[in-house]
Unconditional design. Structure first.
Length: 277
């Protein structure tokens, strides 16, 4: 999968029309999967493209209310690449980009060779969100772009959305979050080398029975509430399932799960919260 920035995408063609979907794609959840399928269905006669953001615009526009990203950029790109897409376009959201009207944005997509565009029913773009999905279809008709508003994917009778998944994670409803994602929720972490040894590698452990290790989630990670959880740790060497406790933004595990690795790895939060013993 090629990764282009916005300017490269506008200036460079690929010799054939492009099929695209536009959005934040936080979590690349089951609703997003429908959009990806519609884009891929246009290949090989068109280049399949996803136009997304390097950073969630909500973090920039409304930082006080933004809970955090479901997955970081690296994980999002990993999932998109696994879907067999040709190109991913990364927009660096800025004050200048934020002043583009929806019509101007669509005009630039046309300039980039986009001939097919699909979005979700709640899609909005442009300065002050001036263009919704219905307006997008109308504007695309004027520009000669085939536009399709995809039907939502429902969970428990309501459309799946990244906001809904973020709320489920923040409230500890991990099973619901995983069902809507179509995969278990993962957190990227590293052993917290910045903490004092007496805290980072506690020989007493929680309850004084066994050694424990503190892990720090990568900045911007979305964590469930404080409590005890079943987790699986995945590193280059192994996958290891353990219990963990989350307190104050740190994750404590027993010493059998990655002591002293010092390298970033993946923690999978399984769907069941452990009962206190």
């Amino acid at each position: 999968m090629k990764i282009l920035d916005w300017d490269e995408f506008i200036k460079t063609g690929c010799g054939k029309p492009r099929a695209a979907s536009v959005g934040v794609f936080d979590g690349v959840h089951r609703g997003h999967q429908r959009l990806l399928n519609l884009v891929r269905a246009k290949t090989p006669s068109m280049e399949s493209c996803i136009v997304t953001f390097r950073e969630n615009p909500k973090r920039i526009l409304r930082p006080s209310s933004f809970k955090g990203s479901i997955f970081n950029l690296g994980k999002k790109l990993e999932i998109l690449e696994s879907e067999g897409l040709d190109t991913c376009v990364l927009i660096d959201f800025s004050s200048d980009f934020g002043t583009l009207s929806g019509a101007d944005f669509l005009g630039l997509l046309k300039k980039a060779g986009v001939s097919f565009l699909t979005v979700g029913p709640n899609f909005k773009c442009g300065y002050k969100m001036d263009t919704n999905a219905a307006a997008l279809v109308e504007l695309c008709g004027i520009l000669g772009i085939e536009a399709l508003v995809a039907e939502p994917v429902l969970y428990s009778g309501h459309p799946i959305s990244s906001t809904r998944i973020r709320n489920a994670i923040a409230e500890g409803r991990l099973s619901e979050a995983s069902d809507m994602l179509g995969r278990l929720y993962e957190i990227e972490y590293e052993v917290d080398q910045g903490l004092p040894d007496s805290v980072r590698d506690d020989p007493r452990g929680a309850g004084g029975e066994k050694a424990s290790l503190l892990l720090r989630p990568r900045q911007g990670s979305l964590l469930p509430p404080d409590g005890r959880y079943e987790i699986c740790l995945d590193s280059d060497e192994r996958s290891d399932c353990r219990e963990a406790s989350i307190t104050g933004g740190l994750i404590r595990i027993d010493d059998k799960a990655g002591r002293g690795s010092g390298r970033a790895a993946i923690m999978t939060m399984v769907s069941r919260e452990c009962k206190e013993k």
